[in-house]
Design a protein around this ligand. Structure first.
Ligand code: NDP
Length: 327
């Protein structure tokens, strides 16, 4: 029996992605087969489908995350009918990912879906939302509380940014949202932002130490933006860095660390240990209102993924794009 898969191939002419009929034999290694229901388009998926050195073998089914129902399992932790979610690990890098109606994966990569989420909710959250939760956990680990002051979220209209704003405002923080899209201010305020910051005020080279503004920050942008955010972070503040939408470099100084005792917490969602993932998903189930999330979601089918993947690299996607693999 065949099923649909969005497959990326590489030839002398470059990278090409097309919707193909796949069979179980094409899926690859693993002890659990999942009937995928939803995947998403993350920034990293945009990079992968554009040939951005994410995929390490070809042909490859893209999609760094998925949610679905276990169909077949040789793993003692999972049985047919279990709802599961998977973010990162080898998906779309060394292992076929979520842009297919079926996936076969090592059971150790799977997380049981929290009961109050549907598989669609899980992918509305997706890797972006799970990463936003990892950022919030890092801020808390660094001692941040709502009483300490305002929290800045950069890349506010993006997936990580949108969900970070929702989470932080639900937890009682006053959130400032840095964006290049002032036209989306109402959307950001609807998510819980109390203040909009023009991203141009952060994106150019700035002084190594600046007026203290933020008790904490979630940065999905990197480059000069992260350097300026650090320079504006209050004494003993904490910044969680997870992204590179502006750039990979960090052109700043050690001044915020040695003069203001600022903590810079790095966030990697791909290889996060299982216990950290379980904690992040349990916290998402407690702290994130799935109804509020709906405002961030656009649903598409597998055939529309390449187009959205190209747009996300240009910063033209708002919130979260959920891929219904059965559309
Ligand atoms: P999105 O594309 O959805 O969001 C990125 C946002 O950044 C855009 O919406 C835009 O927000 C802003 N932005 C885009 N280009 C620029 C620029 N040149 N300068 C300043 N701001 C810019 O991506 P995601 O939210 O999915 O991911 C955000 C980042 O986090 C990516 O770099 C991604 O690779 C990374 N990431 C890392 C993970 C990890 O494990 N460390 C996991 C998930 C994501 P606005 O229009 O509001 O300005």
């Amino acid at each position: 029996m065949t099923f649909k898969a969005l497959v990326t191939s590489k030839s002398a002419a470059g990278i090409a992605t097309s919707l193909l009929d796949f069979s179980a034999a094409d899926l690859g290694e693993g002890d659990v087969t999942v009937a995928v229901e939803y995947s998403t388009v993350n920034y990293k998926d945009g990079l992968a489908l554009s040939g951005g050195r994410i995929m390490q073998a070809f042909p490859m089914v893209g999609g760094i995350d998925f949610a679905g129902t276990v169909e077949d399992s040789d793993n003692a932790s999972f049985k047919p009918g279990d709802k599961v979610v998977l973010n990162g690990w080898g998906l779309s890098q060394t292992h076929n990912g979520g842009y297919a109606q079926k996936a076969r994966v090592p059971g150790d990569w799977l997380i049981p879906l929290p009961e109050n989420f549907s598989t669609r909710d899980a992918m509305a959250i997706g890797t972006a939302g799970y990463t936003a939760m990892l950022c919030v956990m890092a801020l808390e680990h660094g001692g941040l509380t709502p009483a300490k002051g305002d929290v800045l979220v950069t890349g506010a209209n993006g997936g990580v940014g949108s969900i970070a704003i929702s989470l932080l405002s639900a937890l009682g923080y006053r959130v400032a949202a840095s964006t290049g899209r002032a036209s989306e201010a109402d959307y950001l305020r609807g998510l819980g932002a109390a203040e909009i910051v023009d991203r141009d005020t952060l994106s150019a080279a700035g002084k190594p130490i600046q007026a203290e503004r933020w008790a904490g920050a979630v940065d999905s942008v990197g480059s000069h933006t992260l350097a300026n955010v650090l320079a504006q972070t209050k004494y003993r503040g904490v910044v969680a860095a997870c992204g590179l939408a502006q750039g990979l470099e960090l052109p700043g100084s050690v001044a915020p660390f040695i003069l203001r005792n600022v903590t810079l917490a790095g966030i990697d969602s791909v290889n996060a240990p299982r216990e950290v993932r379980l904690e992040a998903w349990a916290r998402l189930a407690k702290d994130l209102d799935p109804a509020k999330l709906q405002a961030t979601v656009t649903e598409i089918g597998l055939g529309q993924v390449p187009d959205v993947a190209a747009k996300i690299l240009k910063g033209q996607v708002r919130g979260r794009t959920v891929v219904n693999v059965n559309l």
